[in-house]
Structures are given as C-alpha cells and as structure tokens.
Design a protein around this ligand. Sequence first.
Ligand code: SF4
Length: 616
Amino acid sequence: MLKGGYSGKILKVNLSNEKVDVVNTENYFDVNLLIGGKGLAAYTLWKELKQGVDPLSEGNILVFATGPLTGTLCPGTRICIAAKSPLTGLFCDSYVGGHLGAEIKMAGYDAIIICGKSEKPAYIWIQDEHIEICDANHLWGLDTFRTEEAIRKERNDRNIRVACIGPAGEKLVRFAHVNVDRYRQAGRGGLGAVMGSKKLKALAVKGTGAISIYNVKDFLEKAKEAHKAVLKNETARARKRWGTARTIVFTADQDLLPTRNFKEATFEEAENLSAEILEKRFWIKHKACHSCPINCGKLGVVRSGKYAGTIVEGIEYETLALIGANCGIGNYEAVAYANLLCDMLGLDTISTGNVIAFAMECYEKGIFTEKETEGLKLNFGNEEAAIRLIEKIAKREGLGDLLAEGVKRVSEKLDAECKRFAMQVKGLELPGYDMRASPGMALAYITADRGGCHTRAWPISYEISGKAPDGTIIERYSTEKRAHIVKEQQDRNAACDTLVACWFLKTAVGNERYVGMLNAATGMEFTVEEFLAVGERIWNLVRLFNIREGLRKEDENLPDRAFEDPIPSGIAVGQKLERSQLEHILREYYAIRGWDENGVPTEEKIRQLKLNSLVS
Ligand code: SF4
C-alpha cells in the first residue's frame, strides 16, 4: 500500500481507439525495485513495447513519468519523457524542467503512457480526472510557442502546462524535441518525432490536487536541509548566476570544446560566447523550475543589430558549443536567434548543431556543392547559412530533408569518407565535450544507454583535477579508474533519475538527503546502498532492452576522427585516442558491470539485481 509521494494512478491513453484507462501504480510496477521516473519508463518499454517496432510507427510507446518527489518541495524535480528513439532505435529518456511534472502529479497521475496513433492531429487534454482527446487540426503547422498560446487561450487558463511539438516533430525530423513551458525542451533522441508520428501535437495538463506526503514534518525538515545545502554549494551558486553558459570558457581552455565539427577542440572566439558577455549584454531575468532555488534559466534579449528583438531562454552551454563553436560561429546574437528558431520549430540544438557542422565540412570538402545546398555557402562560420539550414531541416526542404535524418544516416548515404567525421555514437549526435582530450568521456559516450550522451556519466572533473573519487591520483589522458568512475556515475545518475531530480543539483543535495526525502515522502525505508542498487538495476534493465532491440558490442565505438585526427592546437595538442586503449577500458567496464565479453548481463548479474522477476 502506497503511503505517500505517489499519486497511485497511471493514465494510459490509446490514440488508435481513443481508449483511456487508469491503472493502479502499485499493480503496474514494483516501486520498491524501480521507484519511478526512469525506472517506470524503462519497465514500461520493456514490458509493453513489441520487439523490433519502428520508432515512428503506431507501435511505439511514449511515457511521461514522474517520480515520488516530483511536485514536492524537493529542490528541482523535472519530468522524464521516454520512448524508443527514431535516431538510435534504442531506449531514450529525455528530461525537462519547468512545471509539467508537478502539474501531472497534481492532476493525480504518476505517469501518462501513450500508445497507438491518432487518425488526425490531436492533443490530449487532462484536467484532473477529466481526460479528452481533442482535435488539433487548427494547431497542426504551428510553432511550439503559438501552440502553447493557442491551447491556453482556448482553455481560458494561462497556467495550463503544455508539452508540444513544432513543425519538425510533425515532419518526423529524427532529432525533433518536445517543448515544455515555452523555453524548456526534452531535447535528445527525437521524442518530438515520436509524438509527430502519433499525430499528437500536444499534451496539456491542469492539476488542482494535493500531493500526499507520508511524514510531513520530517519531509519538510529534510527538504529544508536540501535547499540549504544547494544554496551553500559553490557549483550550484555559480550556476545560479551564470547558468550553464560558464562552461564554454572552461572547455575552450581545456581543449574539450568541439569546434568546426570536432576538427579542433578550442575556439578562438569562445570569449564572445562567454557567460560574462551574456550577463553584460543579453540576460534580463533568471527563471526556475518547480521548487528550485537556483533559477539557472536565463531569459535574454538581443538589443541591437540584425537579430534585435530575439527573446529566448539560454543560451545553454550545449547550444553555445554545438551551434556556436562547432559551426565556427562566434556571434552570440546569431546563436541566440538560431536557438530561438530551434525552440519554436522543435529541434534539439545539440543534434542540429552537429548536423549543420557535418554539412559544413561536407561543403568545404566538396561533397556538397551549391547544387545540393541550393546556393547556400555552407562554410564554417557562415551564420546566415546555418540559420537558413535550420529552417530547411525543420520543414524537410531540399538538403534539409536529407539532414533531418541525423548525421549517422546521412553519412551512410554519402561516401565512406563521411563516416569518419559523422560525430555520433549509436546514432545520437555528440554533445559539447571532445573525447580526444578525455578518455573517461570517450567511455561515457560509447556506453551511454541512449547513445552519445554526457548526462549519464561526466568523468571530466576527475580527469582535470587529477584525483579519482577515492582520492588517488589519476593522469588526465590515462585510462586508469575510468571504468569504475563511469560505472558509478551511471548507476548513481540512474538512481537520481527515478526521482527525476535535476542533474545540476545532484552533488549539492547528495545521496543521503535524497534518500531522506524519499523515505519521508513515501514511508519507504531505503538505505543509500539500496537506492544506488536501484540505479544499477535500471541500468541493466535498459541494457537488456537495448540488446533486445539489436544493440551489439560493435556499436560501442566512436567515429574514426577520435582515433585518426589529433587535436591540432591548445593544451592537448597532438592528443587522440588509441583503439586498443578504448577496447581495454570497455573490457574492464564490462567486467566491473558483471557482463560477459560481449557486454551482455550474465544470468548471475540479473539474479543478483533481482531483475529476473521483471524480465522473465
Ligand atoms: S538547476 Fe536549473 S534546470 Fe535544474 S531544476 Fe533548477 S532551474 Fe531547473
């Protein structure tokens, strides 16, 4: 019997037959084994998704999952959106801040599971117990901002929370995002295309209920302590002032900043994209997600020049890195405008920046001529061409139609040389950290469950400080301890993702405070070790799902550029990875995980993690 934290209900919507079901959370999945959030999403896809389903077919399943702390006073909880990814064909969970998660919880649901496909454009309207599948013909074709506005207007309520797609999702661009609360995005893996394939324009929610807490007094004390810890933490405080933008000078200094399609690792114009510049010239307001004391969202306005009037939240580090440095663009105003276009049209800025940089390299190498680009001079640094290409990708026009498939598929259609510099792992375009100067990041990328991703493990801080978590000395470019560090971070992050706790606050809050809040909210009795074991269990469950969908050891690799093109300048000049080095740490990683030499969890491991009852 659930005592608190959970709402106790999961909403299931089948768009094919417009059937709506409400199921009991406890009957649906074992909260003691998987808690919620990522655990709930992984279990749903494992249990309900037919093996080999086309991610863009009606057989795919879209999950909006909260955790037991979502909507409470735990600092910074978000929402997990998951489905089989149209980019990778693997499990994809993408997290977004704002207030949607809290609203779903207040409407009375722990998760919303959407299957099937509507015959015509539709949106799902949830007002507590009232569930309606509404016509969205009038919204189809609108950008994300106008969609949110239109739904709020027709429901006559400005406080409705809306997750929606733009034209890119409708056109099934494989890296289309889901937009939430105007400026927040579940960016990675093409979940917007999954919505588009279901003809689902939006999910709109209004919740008026309360969230039950098992031991209110204890919970409030624990939540208060967590807020205090966050506000005392130096990194969190820096994020409060600078958002994520501050990272760009750090990565440029450390030869970690992808520049001109990862050819270089430092950008001569990085200072022009820095948080200091944005603070001085661009930002006007700090914005926060539900119950977050950090306000890391920064709303900015371009005040003069040809992009004057651009208002957008950001610019986040990943956008500065991938649409800025990686496309050779050092003008923050152009990057802000490109960011706004991506938000409105519904594109993930990380994948979009990679795709444009890839196209620029193809153009400079003569693989794309002006015939293919329809007259666009796609040289690195040409901000106007990049902006035009964003529009073409979102609408699948001309070259944009090809690029909308993502760099892996495009490179496979072009000549073999292109695969060398298609900067992706398992189909997911790489984020803003060059792995040639970080062997730990190389391992994190190839083993991340959703493809090349920085949010599952980020061992860079240990490599730069030269100290492993156990205090022993490690050398920056060596492979020592990386397998341990990456495994521990992946498990820990998966555990936090069951709470859907914000990644930026994890270190400041710490495992003990999370577990304290979890227990006080739910009446459960987790120890820190048990909480972390849930993370490992989920990591293995997702691994089994991915293997079932065709993941093989050979897929755990990097593009050739990582091994063949040394970093040309900066403090890591000459640095590149050796294939034998990567194979070595991958073997070590499999062994530490208790997987066989092909990366498959052994029977013993499955039993040890109590996964046998879930996967049998
Ligand atoms: S730190 Fe930033 S992203 Fe995280 S919850 Fe707070 S405002 Fe949202």
